[in-house]
Write a protein that binds this ligand. Sequence first.
Ligand SMILES: NC(=O)c1ccc[n+]([C@@H]2O[C@H](COP(=O)([O-])OP(=O)(O)OC[C@H]3O[C@@H](n4cnc5c(N)ncnc54)[C@H](OP(=O)(O)O)[C@@H]3O)[C@@H](O)[C@H]2O)c1
Length: 350
Amino acid sequence: MWNLCTDPRSHQAGGTEHLASLCSTPFSAEQVCAFRSPALAAVATAGLGLGVGKSDADAISLVRLALDLGVNFFDTAEAYGTEDVLGRALIGVSRERLVISSKSRILDPNGKPLPRDTVVSNLEQSLRRLGLERIDVFQLHAVQLKHYDYVLSELVPALQQQRQQGKIGHLGISETPPRDPEQAMLTRALDDSCWEVMMLAFHMMNQGPRDTIFPRTLARGIGTLLMFVVRNIFSRADALRDTIGQLVRKGELPEALQHESDPLGFLIHEGGASSLTDAAYRFARHEPGADVVLFGTGDQHHLRRNVESLLRPPLPVRDCDRLRSLFGRLRGVGLVSPEQTTTGIPLQSV
Ligand SMILES: NC(=O)c1ccc[n+]([C@@H]2O[C@H](COP(=O)([O-])OP(=O)(O)OC[C@H]3O[C@@H](n4cnc5c(N)ncnc54)[C@H](OP(=O)(O)O)[C@@H]3O)[C@@H](O)[C@H]2O)c1
């Protein structure tokens, strides 16, 4: 069972405070990955601000602050260039209640699939950079449908061997949302029993996984890591306006929405969300089938606010109903192209 966020001060000696009651028992990698815990606070370390002028020391402070705030799931990847700094930030931190996730690319810079030995060597290097003997969740990164059969026949058996040797806790796969807006790769991967964890895009205007992915991950006990919950669309007013304008022009949204100066303003009120990002993280965190809501930030103020959001109750039912009725049918929305990424994620990783 995945149980995270039990004790926000668990890395500090003598800490006793608890972050709400998100879950009840500590994660143990020896336990079966059943993923029936509520969602939790998780920070992703794609950028940690390193790509936008922050230093290693800033990144380490950010991770330490996240730990103080109760974050106990960190997602990184070979491609992000943050494994080393995350490893240094976690020196001396008890691993008992921490979950570390990382990923290997599956393609070389020319788009050619990597041989299995290279992927295994990537795992070894991730372990070394992170200073770990085992990575709790190891994922194949940004897999497209056209490479899936290769991944299944060539890479999975090699990684399963590594799992048997104890170097991997759980095997996972991440999609590449801008290139796979219909989530075809994950839909195919759900036919196979090897995956214990899936990383996918889900947000207020991209609710497709509610019908296509979550019923199957729930039925199979596959853990879900949600990405793209905010991205540009809910952190930049211009991106939201542009997206709504395009959808109105395509006839996918009512025209009235385009004329509203703040089309999602109905979410922000007393008893509702305090901001659009607050709404976005809470909407995802309370979605049945969402196990871990990732957020990417290099900003301490955003980190604090996001943890607060993830600990707040669900949005009012009326607001969720309106989000579902307005946007529930949309597919592939707000999945910015890699060229527009603002998270510092290398282009080939998304
Ligand atoms: N294919 C893949 O496997 C793949 C692809 C993409 C991402 N990921 C994973 O998913 C993680 C999350 O990435 P994401 O892009 O999906 O994260 P996200 O949380 O949806 O969006 C991050 C963006 O939102 C901004 N932001 C965060 N909190 C904010 C706040 N409170 N107010 C205003 N802006 C805020 C961040 O800027 P600031 O830095 O200024 O806060 C950043 O530009 C990544 O770190 C990575 O681990 C995986």
